[in-house]
Design a protein around this ligand. Structure first.
Ligand code: FAD
Length: 437
């Protein structure tokens, strides 16, 4: 009977979304190998002994509970690579740790899979470099042909390349785009009671790692959180993104107005950033931010795969392009063939008009009924969130503190002009007053 080398999947515990992406990759690996039978093993990197000296310890999912879930969703077992330096977020040390787990002694896995993410790509490349091993980037599908063959988009997504690593040269590192549902969970499979049993007989292997050397001789100077702008873009429920087709800084500025009217975060393609129409933090795509908005409006972008990679999880994508053959339309839920110069100002005006209509409806609604009931508390909530007193807000809007008090108590119906002044003073979009939550 042929015995096969194990397949490893790195489980990313930085947050629930990334962990689920890892579990989906694990499921894709398991379904591709069918009946030929190698073990699919989960790898967790972390520290059981507190923070490293150099980096603040970020919040992560709990190791043992995550290992249990991975096994209950199909991992043969989980190896926990433990070192104090893995408490931070350094991908160079995580790459060194993965290389140590995969390469220091038999059995060496045949392939190591990592979900595509900012960290996944770096860790795979660093581990592959340390072990002088092969690497396959951005696989979307796996096929078994006496060896694992990865299907990856190439030449801007125009063709699918089939890539494999020479058999025997192992391990190979593969970054994979997660897709499909979460694998089914079968509670009760997990047994970690006898960790001294030989591998394969229990489900949780604790491996204390020896010293981790940064492969490129990198030295950590300081740690800082992801810039606020970047985080807002990646978490925003609405994104408006523009590309080279906007033609100029002025064209891009018009898109900024549309984004403000829709209460959306602004994103950009590489050429728009290169032209300095938008900051680098606004770049969406493979080398930029990954977003997952409910609504994405993309104007004047061709739809290169490196850009759309950052919009793969958008719920509803509206694309505007003057070229009816533009690749972005293949991915769009709604396509508009139009010139951005005409479309953007017209669309912004329509959005603003609709907003004003909503405001007017709100103001005309009977006091105490529906959305109007939420207006006073909403004004108060926004004022308090800004740390302002009623006097501060009165001064900023040219009203008396008593008037502000009456608005907050729902005793007066303010004019549209007042609400617009209020929105400007609080630095929010007027639609902020329409939200009851
Ligand atoms: C390794 C690598 C990584 C990369 N990473 C990224 C990344 O993270 N993010 C990224 O964005 N790019 C990235 N790129 C670049 C990417 O391949 C594309 O070149 C880029 O996304 C194209 O940007 P664009 O759509 O704005 O420009 P173009 O491809 O030039 O498209 C412009 C579009 O605008 C349309 N248009 C022109 N005029 C108008 C008008 N008046 N009205 C309406 N439509 C109009 C055109 O029909 C065209 O479809 C990467 C490339 C490489 C090689």
């Amino acid at each position: 009977m042929t015995t096969y080398a194990d397949l490893y999947v790195l489980l990313d515990l930085r947050n629930r979304d990334l962990f689920e992406s890892s579990l989906k990759v694990m499921s894709m690996v398991r379904s591709s190998i069918g009946v030929w039978g190698p073990n699919v093993v989960g790898i967790i990197l972390g520290s059981s002994s507190g923070a490293s000296a150099s980096c603040p310890r970020p919040e992560t999912l709990e190791v043992f509970a995550s290992a249990q879930e991975a096994v209950e969703r199909g991992a043969a077992w989980v190896i926990f690579g433990d070192h104090p330096d893995l408490a931070g977020t350094r991908t160079d040390l995580a790459g060194a740790a993965l290389a140590q787990i995969c390469g220091d002694k038999w059995p060496i896995p045949s392939h190591v899979f990592l979900p595509v993410s900012d960290a996944g790509r770096e860790i795979a490349a660093i581990a592959a470099r340390i072990l002088n091993a092969g690497m396959i980037a951005d696989a979307e599908e796996l096929i078994w042909r006496n060896n694992i063959v990865a299907r990856c988009p190439a030449w801007g997504g125009e063709v699918m390349a089939e890539i494999s690593v020479i058999p025997g040269r192992r391990p190979a590192f593969v970054t994979m785009r997660p897709s499909g549902p979460l694998p089914e969970r079968y509670p009760g499979r997990f047994d970690a009671t006898f960790p001294e049993l030989p591998r394969g007989r229990h489900h949780f292997h604790h491996k204390t790692l020896s010293s981790l050397q940064s492969p490129a001789g990198l030295r950590l100077i300081s740690c800082c959180p992801v810039p606020e702008e970047r985080r807002r873009l990646s978490d925003s429920p609405r994104v408006v993104a523009g590309g080279a087709g906007l033609g100029s800084a002025d064209g891009f500025h018009k898109l900024r107005e549309l984004a403000a009217a829709l209460s959306a975060e602004l994103g950009a393609t590489r050429p728009a950033v290169a032209q300095h129409w938008a900051d680098e933090e606004r770049l969406i795509g493979q080398t930029g931010v990954s977003t997952r908005p409910e609504l994405a409006v993309v104007v004047g972008a061709s739809g290169a795969v490196q850009f759309t990679a950052g919009l793969a999880d958008a719920r509803f994508l509206v694309a505007v392009n003057r070229d009816p053959e533009a690749p972005i339309f293949r991915q769009a839920d709604l396509g508009v063939v139009a010139d951005a110069k005409e479309f953007v100002p017209a669309f912004t005006a329509s959005v603003k008009k609709a907003l004003m209509r909503q405001l007017a409806d709100l103001i005309c609604a009977a006091p105490g009924a529906g959305a109007a009931a939420g207006l006073g508390p909403r004004v108060r909530e926004l004022r308090e969130a800004h740390g302002w007193s009623r006097e501060d807000l009165a001064q900023a809007t040219g009203q008396s503190p008593e008037f502000i008090e009456q608005v907050e108590a729902g005793e007066v119906t303010p004019s549209v002009a007042f609400l617009l002044r209020l929105a400007r003073a609080l630095g929010v979009d007027p639609s902020a007053f329409l939200t009851e939550e």
